[in-house]
Design a protein around this ligand. Structure first.
Ligand code: ADP
Ligand code: TPW
Ligand code: MG
Length: 574
C-alpha cells in the first residue's frame, strides 16, 4: 500500500477538499458516532487507517496480538454500552481477532471487529491473493451480524448498521469487512460527508408489556421463598439504582453471578452468595435479571435446583424456556423492566416470610465463619486462601479499582473470597470460561475507566496474553497483575508416568513472571508471603506504575478444574 498523506482530507481542511477517501470516511463515521478508541494491530491494508485515526485524535491502542485487542474491545463494549472497536489486518490477523468476536457474541457484549481484506475478485476466484480468505463467510457463524462495504459511499451505512446490530436488542459481536481497495477510493467530499450517518437511538428502550409485568408481580408476591439472581446483563444495563431499589424494597435475598458482583455490595445483608448451594434448591420462585439458565446455573435443573417457578427478565424474547419452563417471562431491557416492576411494588408489598430469611441468614453465618477461619491461617508456602485474604483487603480499601480475573483455582477462589463493592468492577472469563482475556481486559479497563486495575491471574491463564505486559508498559497504564504461580494448570504436581517429559499440566518450576514486567520497564515483585504480596500491591496502587507480582503459591493447593471438576469426563470415570 502506498502511504496516504494524512493532511489530504482531514476534518479541518475538508471544506476546501474536492474529494474524500475511504480511510477518512471510516474515521469520520466512527467519530461521528462517538467511537473514539480503536484496539488493534497494524499491517496491510489498515496501517494508514491506524496512523490517520491517531492523527485525528482517536485513541489507537496497538497490541502484540489481535486476540488481546479483540478481548479489549469486547470488554470496552460491556463497560461503556457502546461497541468496542477492534481493527485487524486480513486473514491471519482477522482469524486472531475472531476468537474475541465469538466471545463478544456469546457474552452479549457489543463489539465491532473491523478487518481489512483482500481483493474480492481474486478471493472469489481463489486466485491466491495476498492473505486471501473469504472472511465474511467465516465470521458470520460467530457474529451477531456481518457486513461488507465495497463502495466508499456506503461506508456511512456500513458503520451505522454495524453499530445498531452490536448494541440493539441483545448485544453481540459484529464483523465489518473492509477490502483494501475501499480505503483508497475517493468520492466527492461533500457527497461523502453527506453519506455518513449519526445513528439515532442505537439501543432503543424495550418496554415490557403490562400483562407480562402483572404476571411477574403476581408470581413474586405469592412466593414463600423467593430469590433474585443478578446476571451480567443486569450489570451491563447500567440501571444500578433501580436494581438496588427493587432488591431492597422487596427484601428478597439475591445471588450475583460473577460479573454482577458489586451491583449491590457483596457485603449487603440480602446477598446470599455464602449460602448459594442452600438457596438454589430451596427457593420456590426465582427471578432472573439478565442471567441465563446455562451451564453456569446448572441449566435450571438437577440436584442444584428444586423444580421452582421462574420469572426471567431478558431483552431477548427467545431466552425464556431455553432450558426449563419460565412461568413469567418479562421481555425488555433491564432498566425498563425493573422500573415497571417497581411501579407495581407499593408500600404494602409483603416482605418474604421471616423463616426463609432466617434460614438463609443462618446458612450464611455458618459458611462465613468457616471461611473466616480458613482465611486467618498463614501456612508456608502461601496458598490461594492466604494470598486472597490480602487481595480481599486491598479491594475493600480500593473499591473503585477495576478487577480482572482468570484461571481455574485462581478464578474460583477469588470469585468467592474477594468481595466487590461497585457495579461493573469485576470482569472475568465469562460464559465460556475462556483463558486469555486477562491483559486485553486490563488495557481496556484502564483506558475506559482511568481507574487502577488489579488482575488476579492463574499462571497458565496469564501465559495466554502475557506478552501484552509490553503494551501495558508502553501506555504506562496503572495495572497491578498478580500471577498466582502454582507451577501449572490447576496444580504443579503432575508427573509423566513414563518419566520422559514434564506432565501436560506443569510448567517450569519456580518461574519468575515478575522479570517479564521488568524487561519493559515496569515493576516486578516476587512475593512468597502474604506480607510481601500486601506490600507489593499497596505500592503498585500508590505509584500507579505497571506492576507484576509473582505470588508463589503452594503447588499442591489447587484442585483439578477448580470448582468445575464434575464437568471433566476423565474425573467422572474415577
Ligand atoms: P451471567 O453469565 O451473568 O449469568 P449471561 O451472559 O448468561 O449472564 O446472561 C446475560 C443475559 O442478559 C442475556 O440473556 C442477555 O440477553 C441479557 N441482556 C443483556 N443486556 C440486557 C439488557 N440491557 N436488558 C435486559 N437483558 C439484557
Ligand atoms: C482458551 C482450559 C481452563 S482453566 C485453565 C485452562 C488451560 C488454566 C488453569 O490454570 P491456571 O489456574 O490459570 O494456572 P490455577 O490457579 O487453577 O492453577 N484454553 C482456553 N480456555 C480454557 N478455558 C482452557 C484452555 C483451561
Ligand atoms: Mg496455575
Amino acid at each position: 500500500m502506498g502511504t496516504v498523506e494524512p493532511q489530504v482530507s482531514t476534518a479541518q481542511d475538508a471544506p476546501q477538499a474536492q474529494s474524500i477517501d475511504g480511510f477518512q470516511l471510516v474515521i469520520d463515521a466512527l467519530k461521528l458516532n462517538g467511537l473514539d478508541t480503536i484496539y488493534g494491530l497494524p499491517g496491510i491494508p489498515i496501517t494508514d487507517l491506524t496512523r490517520r485515526a491517531q492523527a485525528e485524535g482517536m485513541r489507537v491502542l496497538a497490541f502484540r496480538h489481535e486476540q488481546s485487542a479483540g478481548y479489549a474491545a469486547s470488554i470496552a463494549g460491556f463497560l461503556t454500552k457502546t461497541p468496542g472497536i477492534c481493527l485487524t489486518v486480513s486473514a491471519p490477523g482477522f482469524l486472531n481477532g475472531l476468537n474475541a468476536l465469538a466471545h463478544a457474541t456469546v457474552n452479549c457484549f457489543p463489539m465491532i471487529l473491523i478487518s481489512g481484506s483482500s481483493e474480492r475478485e481474486i478471493v472469489d476466484l481463489q486466485q491466491g491473493d495476498y492473505e486471501e480468505m473469504d472472511q465474511l463467510a467465516i465470521a458470520r457463524p460467530v457474529a451477531k451480524a456481518a457486513f461488507r462495504v465495497l463502495h466508499a459511499e456506503d461506508i456511512g451505512v456500513g458503520i451505522a448498521r454495524a453499530i445498531r446490530a452490536a448494541v440493539s436488542g441483545r448485544p453481540g459481536g459484529v464483523y465489518l469487512d473492509l477490502p483494501a481497495k475501499l480505503f483508497a477510493q475517493t468520492i466527492d467530499a461533500a457527497a461523502g460527508r453527506q453519506s455518513l450517518i449519526k445513528v439515532v437511538d442505537p439501543a432503543p428502550k424495550q418496554i415490557p408489556a403490562t400483562d407480562a409485568v402483572k404476571r411477574a408481580l403476581d408470581l413474586l408476591k405469592g412466593a414463600k421463598k423467593p430469590l433474585i439472581i443478578l446476571g451480567k446483563g443486569a450489570a451491563y444495563a447500567q440501571a444500578d439504582a433501580d436494581v438496588r431499589t427493587l432488591v431492597e424494597k422487596t427484601g428478597i435475598p439475591y445471588l450475583p453471578m460473577s460479573m454482577a458482583k458489586g451491583l449491590l455490595p457483596d457485603t449487603h445483608e440480602q446477598c446470599a452468595s455464602a449460602a448459594r448451594s442452600f438457596v438454589l434448591p430451596a427457593a420456590d420462585v426465582v427471578m432472573l435479571i439478565g442471567a441465563r439458565l446455562n451451564w453456569l446455573l446448572s441449566h435450571g435443573k438437577g440436584k442444584t435446583w428444586g423444580g421452582q417457578k421462574f420469572i426471567q427478565i431478558d431483552i431477548s424474547p427467545q431466552e425464556a424456556d431455553s432450558n426449563v419452563r419460565v412461568d413469567a417471562p418479562l421481555v425488555g431491557d433491564v432498566g425498563s423492566c425493573v422500573s415497571a416492576l417497581l411501579a407495581g411494588i407499593n408500600a404494602g408489598w409483603p416482605k418474604p416470610p421471616a423463616e426463609w430469611l432466617a434460614a438463609v441468614a443462618e446458612k450464611k453465618k455458618g459458611n462465613v465463619a468457616k471461611m473466616t477461619e480458613t482465611l486467618a491461617k498463614n501456612p508456608t508456602p502461601m496458598n490461594f486462601h492466604s494470598a486472597l485474604n490480602v487481595v480481599r483487603d486491598i479491594v475493600r480499601d480500593n473499591p473503585d479499582a477495576m478487577f480482572v480475573n482468570e484461571g481455574a483455582n485462581a478464578l474460583d477462589f477469588t470469585r468467592s473470597i474477594v468481595d466487590m463493592y461497585q457495579p461493573r468492577k469485576r470482569i472475568d472469563v465469562g460464559t465460556w470460561g475462556i483463558m486469555g482475556v486477562g491483559m486485553g481486559y486490563c488495557v481496556a479497563a484502564a483506558v475506559t475507566t482511568k481507574q487502577q486495575v488489579i488482575a488476579i491471574e492463574g499462571d497458565s491463564a496469564f501465559g495466554f496474553s502475557g506478552m501484552e505486559v509490553e503494551t501495558i508498559c508502553r501506555y504506562d497504564l496503572p495495572v497491578c497483575i498478580v500471577v498466582m504461580n502454582n507451577n501449572g494448570v490447576y496444580k504443579g504436581t503432575d508427573v509423566d508416568p513414563t518419566g520422559r517429559d514434564p506432565a501436560p499440566t506443569v510448567f517450569v518450576k519456580g518461574a519468575r513472571y515478575d522479570k517479564l514486567m521488568e524487561a519493559f520497564g515496569g515493576v516486578g515483585v516476587n512475593a512468597t508471603t502474604p506480607a510481601e504480596l500486601r506490600k507489593g500491591m499497596q505500592e503498585a496502587i500508590r505509584s500507579r506504575k505497571p506492576t507484576l507480582i509473582n505470588a508463589v503459591i503452594d503447588e499442591t493447593a489447587g484442585t483439578e478444574s477448580g470448582r468445575i471438576t464434575s464437568l471433566n469426563p476423565s474425573a467422572k470415570k474415577k
